[in-house]
Design a protein around this ligand. Structure first.
Ligand SMILES: Cc1ncc(COP(=O)(O)O)c(C=O)c1O
Length: 386
């Protein structure tokens, strides 16, 4: 049985009892296409590695540099997949990317400092800024193609601006920013002496015709001013294991980051590290099948929306497995409540993603074609009943 066929066989009935947030947060009449977990089975390479680690009886502290090979496979992957060659000293293991967002803000700013963020943006960016007493300055991306608005970015700078935060590939709009856009952004950051925090957690979830370029790989001074956050958890559907990396070619910057977390975060546990090792060194056959499946789902959504839901705006994402649906023409009071109550589909409310997100819904299409189809059919019936 091919992997594609295996994914097609996933149904709501089979997934309903899965003990995870995605499937347990709503009653069984709701199709949950919200939180960014995939419904696909995890690669056997990762599951086998975890089983054999469990048999090794080695649950003591790993070396402070991580389990043997963890940094090496990561560095190799960065070079081979993304053309970014850095030193092992440029990598720090972290317990997740959201902790990395908080730590970066705490390390690089003081209370009242301003952090510039193109928006809409994955909600914890805003949390990391505001819950630490900093000020978020959100600069909406330009519609309809979600380009960076350089004029508005320029106008957002004040003497209190310290950091620019970027999400690339972008959650929720699905952009994979081009080199020319990133270079222009780098020039902007350098001119205003901003630090850059680049969340690249979705960097291996990129569709054909697009290429991920790590912000830190642009070279020269901008690499010295950038902390990049990335890891295997979205790509390989292992978010519950909590692991990632903060990377910077500026040792002083990484030291500042590490100083904030010292004693608080600890190292990712040995199972998380084992999964990372297997994912990065042996997971690519699974990933390539999965990307093919996701790209077909992405295209199917485009065809379905054009044919059946012309009231909904949809620009095919270039990466991620998130569809960003523009519901504004329907003039709904609350699109999330509409989808949940009228269509029985759980989606993320665009308003949660900040300025530029109001009136949108985010749909997670990392599930079987059957479930995606059913969700769209339910939406169509609810929209037609308006
Ligand atoms: C862009 C982005 N950053 C961070 C996270 C969460 O990362 P973690 O689970 O490692 O904290 C997500 C989860 O969907 C995400 O999409």
């Amino acid at each position: 049985m091919s992997l594609t066929h295996l994914f097609d066989s996933l149904t709501a009935e089979k997934l309903q009892n899965k003990a995870c947030a995605k499937w347990q947060n709503y009653s069984s009449d709701i199709l949950p296409l919200w939180v960014a977990d995939m419904d696909f089975p995890v690669s056997d390479k990762i599951k086998d590695a975890l089983r054999s680690y469990a048999d090794s009886d080695n649950f003591g502290y790993p070396s402070y540099q991580g389990l043997p090979g963890v940094k090496e496979v990561t560095l190799k992957r960065l070079t081979e997949r993304h053309g970014w060659t850095i030193d092992a000293k440029a990598l720090t293991l972290i317990n997740g990317i959201v902790p990395g967002l908080f730590l970066s803000v705490m390390a690089l700013t003081s209370a009242q400092d301003e952090v510039i963020v193109p928006s809409p943006i994955y909600g914890p960016f805003k949390m990391a800024i505001e819950m630490t007493g900093r000020k978020g300055v959100f600069v909406p991306l330009l519609e309809p193609n979600y380009e960076l608005d350089f004029e508005a970015l320029e106008n957002s700078v004040t003497p209190a601006s310290r950091v620019l935060m970027l999400c690339n590939p972008h959650n929720p709009v699905g952009r994979v920013f081009r080199r020319d856009e990133l270079e222009k952004l780098a020039e902007f950051a350098l001119r205003h002496r901003l630090w850059v925090v680049s969340d690249e957690l979705h960097s291996d979830l990129v569709f054909s015709g697009h290429k991920h370029i790590p912000f830190g790989s642009l070279g020269g001074e901008i690499s010295q001013r950038t902390i990049t956050l990335f890891g295997p958890t979205k790509t390989f559907n292992i978010a519950g294991l909590k692991i990632g990396f903060a990377a910077s070619e500026n040792p002083a910057l990484l030291k500042r980051f590490e100083a904030v977390s010292a004693g608080l975060m600890g190292q990712p546990n040995v199972f998380a590290q084992t999964a990372l090792l297997a994912a990065f060194s042996e997971g690519d056959a699974w990933l390539s099948e999965t990307l093919t499946y996701l790209e077909r789902n992405r295209d199917f959504i485009g065809e379905y929306v054009t044919a059946n839901l012309p009231q909904i705006g949809y620009r095919a994402p270039e990466g991620t497995y998130l569809a960003w649906l523009d519901m504004r023409k329907l003039a709904l009071e609350n699109p999330e409540t509409f989808a949940l109550e009228q269509a029985k589909v759980a989606l993320n409310n665009g308003a949660w993603f900040g300025p530029g997100g109001e009136g949108f819904l985010r749909l997670n299409f990392a599930t079987s074609r059957g479930i995606v189809t059913e969700a769209l059919e339910r939406l169509k019936t609810a929209v037609n009943a308006l």
